[in-house]
Write a protein that binds this ligand. Structure first.
Ligand code: MG
Length: 180
């Protein structure tokens, strides 16, 4: 079987997000709310740029494809029972939606993990809107995926800020114990 090209995977993941009503601006608002208290110069453009950067990661693209597919199949009633009911009802103890999304933030470290937990629990911004409502579209996986994109983009901004701050400073006199 022919190998699937990364470009194809990325394009499909972005397309799925758009089809399901997710906008980059909507995610950027969450990122801005999470990071602006620590970064006075932060702009919405910085947040958008960071979101596109984390969407380059395969882990995240794959999680989006899997999660959105399950939401869509549940909407069409094409999952078998009892999984169909679990996904449809967004059953609180189901947890696979959180686990899938959480798995894709590990590459961005502890700030991504804690931010994920926070925005998911508090249902910040777009996540609140996506919450699965009775009779409406099923977003059981999508809300967590949005949280994971926002969390990774937030963590990336936090680490970049420190790098930028230290860039202008004179080099420290720390000795390299491996040198010489
Ligand atoms: Mg969920």
């Amino acid at each position: 079987m022919e190998r699937v090209h990364s470009k194809e995977v990325k394009a499909a993941a972005l397309k799925r997000l758009k089809e399901r009503g997710v906008t980059v601006e909507g995610i950027a608002e969450i990122v801005y709310r999470m990071q602006s208290p620590y970064n006075e110069q932060l702009t919405m453009e910085n947040c958008v740029e960071s979101i596109y950067a984390v969407l380059e990661k395969r882990e995240l693209q794959h999680a989006i494809l899997v999660g959105v597919e399950l939401d869509r199949l549940a909407e069409k009633g094409e999952l078998s029972e009892p999984l169909l009911s679990l996904v449809k009802q967004d059953e609180g103890l189901f947890g696979c939606d959180e686990t899938l999304a959480l798995g894709s933030v590990f590459g961005y470290g502890s700030i991504a993990v804690t931010t994920f937990g926070y925005v998911d629990k508090k249902k910040i911004g777009l996540i609140e809107k996506l919450d699965t409502k009775k009779g409406g579209p099923i977003h059981t996986f999508l809300d967590d995926l949005v949280a994971s994109i926002a969390a990774s983009a937030s963590s990336r901004i936090a680490h970049r800020l420190r790098d930028e701050e230290e860039e202008g400073e004179p080099p420290s006199e720390v000795q390299d114990p491996f040198a010489g």
